[in-house]
Design a binder for this molecule. Structure first.
Ligand code: CTP
Length: 404
């Protein structure tokens, strides 16, 4: 059955060689039932003519802000409102930079600013351009704002080099779009996610904390929402916007996070603990600022509750997923945590000075009682989609095992 029936897809095409695949993308989107309107940037029109897109989409193509007759029939604001989804494929490095900067200097960027619809981009560029810190920054900013990235894939490039930067194939793009929302695999299910660090007060102006940007947890919450779930994200103090469709419940300390999780848990089908909860807190936080004295100072710390282990031990437990950030013996340490905390699955990653923290990309290995899956590397948004896909598979497998 067509999976995009009745969906209004606004396809933006920017000026990269991969644009030659975009007419095929239009054809495949329409085959899934979508209505497609195409907007070209001026440089895209150098690669593929508007006429080609008009023929395959069945609608006139827009390629500028200043076409008075096109504006009269459907203004750019109407077009932005018409869209249920804005898909930009291929998205060049230049386009990603302009989108990240919030520019509105051509029709496509203007539409992206004016639309309330989700934006999905399929980047395509030379591998060095994709790896450039400027592009990494732009991609991070876009992902943090809820823009969904599809790919890029790796392989042979038009420039003759081999590496990451190829646009995903049209059929892969359509398959990725056809999943989410009300028909997603987690539709109708409640998911609770923890993310970010906790802060454990020492006195009114000082605290103990863990190093954590919260990005992985936020990406997991966003991926669960894309899979159709109702998501409560219990979040320590981080500098990230709420992902689209996700309800954020702020919690500063481990004890506040535990209370918020307990309140959200009834009815949840899945709990993912991605927060970097402080294992200890000061035993006697001072009511007033502690003054320095000569000599050393000893802090007395007491254990914080283990939120993840408590959820796993609760009577009506959901499917429970933890994270293990390890500097060494990653899989062996993660498997110990999986067993000690009685989790259904654990996602392990290596952390250290050069990986894991405050970055947009990561690499994960998932472990469960009798299996493992390498989820590979990639931007956190994409890894989170893969992790949620695997969790859905494992949830189904464990229900089948319980039923038989
Ligand atoms: N976790 C939790 N509550 C805590 C501590 C950790 O929910 N008080 C969760 C984290 O969200 C994560 C997992 O447990 O999913 C991490 O396990 P943990 O054993 O606490 O990791 P570390 O703190 O890194 O443990 P260690 O220092 O022993 O390696």
């Amino acid at each position: 059955m067509p999976t995009l029936t009745g969906k209004h897809v606004l396809l933006g095409v920017t000026g990269g060689i991969a644009a030659y695949k975009s007419p095929d993308l239009v054809r495949r989107l329409r085959a899934q039932g979508a209505e497609v309107r195409v907007v070209l940037t001026p440089s895209a029109a150098r690669f593929v003519t508007p006429l080609t897109f008009q023929a395959v989409s069945g609608h006139p193509v827009r390629d500028g802000l200043w076409d008075a007759s096109a504006e009269a029939s459907m203004s750019h604001i109407e077009l932005a409102r018409w869209a249920d989804l804005v898909l930009v494929a291929p998205a060049t490095a230049g386009f990603l930079a302009r989108l990240a900067a919030g520019m509105a200097d051509d029709l496509l960027t203007t539409l992206c600013l004016a639309t309330g619809a989700p934006i999905v981009v399929a980047p395509a560029m030379n591998r060095l351009m994709w790896g450039n810190p400027a592009t990494r920054d732009n991609v991070a900013r876009l992902a943090a704002r809820g823009v969904r990235l599809l790919g890029p894939g790796s392989g042979e490039q038009a420039c003759g080099e081999t590496g990451e930067g190829r646009m995903l194939e049209p059929q892969e793009i359509v398959a990725a779009l056809a999943l989410p929302g009300a028909e997603g695999p987690l539709a109708g299910r409640k998911v609770v996610v923890t993310a970010g660090p906790t802060r454990e007060a020492l006195d009114p102006v000082r605290y103990l904390t863990n190093r954590s940007s919260g990005k992985m947890g936020y990406a997991v919450a966003a991926a669960a929402a894309r899979a159709g779930a109702e998501v409560a994200l219990v979040s320590g103090p981080v500098d990230l916007p709420a992902p689209p469709g996700v309800r954020v419940v702020p919690a500063d300390t481990a004890e506040a996070m535990r209370a918020a999780v307990q309140a959200e848990l009834p009815g949840a089908a899945l709990f993912v603990g991605a927060a970097a909860v402080a294992d200890y807190r000061p035993a006697h936080p001072a009511a007033q600022k502690i003054k320095k004295k000569a000599g050393a100072m000893t802090l007395e710390l007491v254990r914080n509750p283990d939120i993840l282990a408590e959820v796993a031990a609760s009577a009506a437990r959901p499917f429970v997923v933890g994270f293990a950030a390890e500097t060494n013996d990653v899989e062996a340490n993660a498997r110990l945590k999986l067993e000690a905390k009685k989790l259904d699955l654990i996602a392990a990653n290596r952390v250290g000075a050069d990986c894991g923290f405050d970055r947009e990309d990561n690499a994960l290995v998932a472990l469960w009682a009798d299996g493992r899956k390498d989820l590979g590397g990639g931007v956190k948004a994409e890894l989170a989609d893969r992790l949620i896909g695997l969790i859905v598979e494992r949830m189904r497998a464990s229900h089948q095992a319980q039923d038989s």
